[in-house]
Design a binder for this molecule. Structure first.
Ligand code: UT7
Length: 323
């Protein structure tokens, strides 16, 4: 018998403050037209003062637990994908554990920037397959607004805050690609490209720092590597692009999303798009998109989903799963 990590609930949280492109155009040399044309972003949410990554993660987690019909102590583990933990340590996942009132199990963070949720899903899958956990809450949550250089028009218009969460449960499968749950994962990183997207602060500098990005270069890597990793995950699952019901891509730029769909030979009708409303929320973008797509009625049980992301590191990967 094969054990599969099956999604049994999802949820998301967006901070109340919505910031339209016009707010940037009012104080920077930019325009709504430029931001929409180059990125597809129309608005994003920013966390309130004092609102932290673990606050947003806990809110998304509560919705996911409710969706799954579970209480916190039904979980064995929490994995939180984030690059914007509340504090340098402890792991923000342990703060979420406490905020949920979960007293058993274990919780830890995964840091792979915008690819963080893919890496976290792969970790949850491995824990479930190894029999170390039966139910794992996997969260992506970020407050990238705290990392912005507000004078840098090439980055500050692109990012937003938010959180999304999935509950995964061990269920028996047949070992074929007809099973529900995670079918295959493909993870990659290449530290030679670390200077393309990074934060110029941290423990070694004694500052929080600001996000720096060579956008054009990251774009070039993204279009090439996202289709490759999606294909690799499909291949490992014994599937091909024609089997995909939904691509749920990292929501960084509509042109990257369109380019990847084109390489996979899929129409945009098969792609979940939320970038216009959320901007780039880094590790939160995929679980946010999944939860929003479910609320829209786009995702049906049994459908094949391929989700993929790339970000700082560079780190990139994809997961093929049956909803
Ligand atoms: O989540 C992690 C992964 N991150 C990404 O996937 C982001 C990848 N990169 C991108 O999404 C795009 O490269 C950007 C949206 C960042 C930029 O789009 P682009 O088409 O690559 O534009 P560009 O960087 O080539 O800039 C074109 C022009 C430049 O002016 P010049 O040099 O041609 O005179 C920029 O200075 O647009 C200028 N520009 C802006 N103009 C108005 C850059 N930012 C802005 C802005 N408003 N906000």
């Amino acid at each position: 018998m094969t054990t599969r990590a099956v999604v049994i609930g999802c949820g998301h949280y967006l901070p109340a403050r919505i910031v339209p492109n016009a707010e940037f155009a009012a104080r920077l040399d930019t325009s709504n037209e430029w931001i929409v044309a180059r990125s597809g972003i129309e608005r994003r949410h920013f966390a309130a003062e004092g609102e932290t990554t673990s606050d947003m993660a806990a809110a998304a987690a509560r919705m996911a637990l409710q969706d799954a019909g579970l209480v916190p102590d039904d979980l064995d583990a929490i994995i939180l994908a984030t690059s914007t933990a509340d504090l340098t340590f402890p792991a923000a996942a342990t703060m979420v554990q406490d905020k949920l009132g979960m007293t058993g199990g274990f919780a830890f963070d995964v840091q792979a920037v915008c690819a963080g949720f893919i890496f976290a899903l792969a970790q949850a899958n491995a824990l479930i397959i190894a029999g170390q956990a039966r139910r794992v809450l996997v969260i992506g949550a970020e407050t990238f607004s705290r990392l912005m250089d507000w004078d840098d028009r090439t980055t500050c218009v692109l990012f937003g805050d938010g959180a999304g969460a999935l509950v995964l449960e061990a269920q028996p499968g047949t070992g074929t690609s007809d099973d529900r749950g995670i079918l295959a994962c493909d993870l990659n990183s290449d530290g030679r490209h670390r200077a393309l997207l990074y934060v110029d602060g941290g423990v070694s500098t004694g500052t929080i720092g600001h996000l720096r990005m060579e956008g054009k270069e990251v774009f070039r890597h993204a279009v090439e590597k996202l289709a490759e990793t999606a294909m690799a995950a499909l291949d490992k699952a014994g599937l091909n692009p024609g089997d995909i019901d939904w691509i749920v891509p990292h929501q960084a730029n509509i042109r990257i999303i369109q380019g990847t769909a084109k390489k996979l030979n899929l129409p945009m009708d098969n792609v979940v798009v939320t970038v216009q409303d959320h901007g780039n929320t880094s590790a939160a973008s995929i679980p946010l998109a999944l939860s929003v797509a479910k609320a829209r009625g786009q995702l049906q049980p049994g459908q094949l989903i391929v989700t993929e992301a790339i970000g700082g590191g560079l780190a990139w990967g994809a997961v093929a799963l049956r909803w």
